[in-house]
Design a binder for this molecule. Sequence first.
Ligand code: SF4
Length: 449
Amino acid sequence: MTATTAEKKKVFVETFGCQMNKSDSEHMLGLLDEIGYEPTPDIKGADLMILNTCAIREGAEDKVYSYLGAWRGYKEARPGSLIAVGGCVAQDAGEAMRKRAPYVDLVFGTHNLHRLPELVMKASSGEPVVEIYQELPEDLPETPVHRLNDISAWVSIIYGCDYNCTYCIVPYVRGREKSRSPQSIFEEVKSLAESGYKEVTLLGQNVTAYGHDLEPKLHLGDLLRQLAVPELEAIKRLRFLTGHPRDLNVEIIDAVRDLPQACEYFHIPIQAGDDRTLRRMARGYNVDFYRRKVDEIRSRIPDAAITTDLIVGFPGESEEEFMNTVRLVEEICFDVANTAAYSPRQHTPSANWDGQVPEAEKYERLRYLNTVVGDVSHRLNKRLLGRKVEILVEGRSDRGMNRLMGRTRTNKIVNFEGPDALIGQLVDVEVTAANPWALRGALKVGLTV
Ligand code: SF4
C-alpha cells in the first residue's frame, strides 16, 4: 500500500555516527514510505522526528538528550507529532531512555529496524513503545531503502562484530557478525545499476569478515568478483568500509588488484602504533603484523591509498608508547588517519582501568599527532601535482560558486571548476594544488571517461 503525495506525512531523520547508521537511516525512510511518510528537511513541519544515535564516544548520551530536549519543543508546537529514537544509544538504553525523556514516543534498537512501520503505527495510537531486540533475527530481513544520494550508494553486507576490543561498545550494541546472502546483495546492486548509480560502498563494522558465517563460506574477495560482472557494468566503482587488519586476506587485496571496478583504497584501522597498547586494546595483532599487511597491499597495488583510525591516550599509554604511534604514522605514511582521544565507554573493560590518561595530556597528544598526520597527508597529496586523476563528480563543492567536488579512486577529495552537467560523471582532472585534506584540479578539457 503506497499513499499518494497529498496524504503523505512528513518524517525528519537526524543521523549521528558512521556510514552504517547513515545506511540504516535510508532504510528507515524506505520502510516509512510504505506507511505513508516522506522525508522532510524541516523538523518544524515533521509528523515524525527520528534521532538515529551513535554510542561510539563518551558524551554521546548527553548529545542525544540535549537534542531530545530541543525536539520536545517542536513536538509541543505540533500536536500529534511523534519523537522516535533509534541507533546504538537507544539499543543500549531501552526503557531508561523513556524514563529520562518521557516525551519520547518510540525507542527502537539496531536489531529491529524492520519493525519500524508497526512500531510507529502503535506509537501513533498514543501508546509509548520501547522495543529492543538483543540480536538480529535468524533470517536477516530485507528492507526497502530510500536513498539520499543518486550517484553513490551504501550497501550493508555484514552487521555486528566478533572482536572484543577493550575500548569499543560496538559488539554490545550491534551484536555478533551476521553476513547477508550474496544473492540479496547482488540483487540490491543490480537494482542500483539499473537506476543509474555509478558507485557502491559495501559496509560493515568489520566488512573484511564478510561471509565467514555463511554456508558455503565466502570472503569479501569472492563477493567483489561476483559484483564485477557485465550485468552490473553500470557500477563503475566498488568500495568497502571498514576493515580489520586480521581479516584483510590476500584474496581481497588481489580482487582489488584484478578488478577495474574495485577502487585501490583500503581503510584499515590500526588504532595504535605500539605493541603493548595493541595488546591492551585486544586488537589481535602487533605492529609487525600490520606492517606486513601494508607491504602485501603495496607490493601488489603500489598506488593504493591506505587510511586508518588512531586512538591516543588509551589507559596506561606512556609518552614513549604514544611516540611509537607517531613514528609509525611517519613510517607507513597513511593517506589519511582519523584520530581521536580515548573515550571511556560504559560496558567496555578499559573504561574502569587504572592509568587513565589526564584529559589535558590526551588532547595535547591528539594535537601533536594531528600535526604529524596532516604533514604526511600533505606530502602524499603534493606528489599528485600535475598528475591526471579520474574523479567521480558528486556535486557542488562548498569551496566556491562554480566549483564541483568529486573523489579519486583512492578516495581523495578534488575540487575543480566545471558545469553541473558533469555531476554524476567520471571525468579526468589535472591536479593543480594540494593541501592536507583535499586537492584542487583543472578539468582536462574534452576528456570525459
Ligand atoms: S573491530 Fe572495530 S567494531 Fe569490532 S570491537 Fe574492535 S573497534 Fe569495535
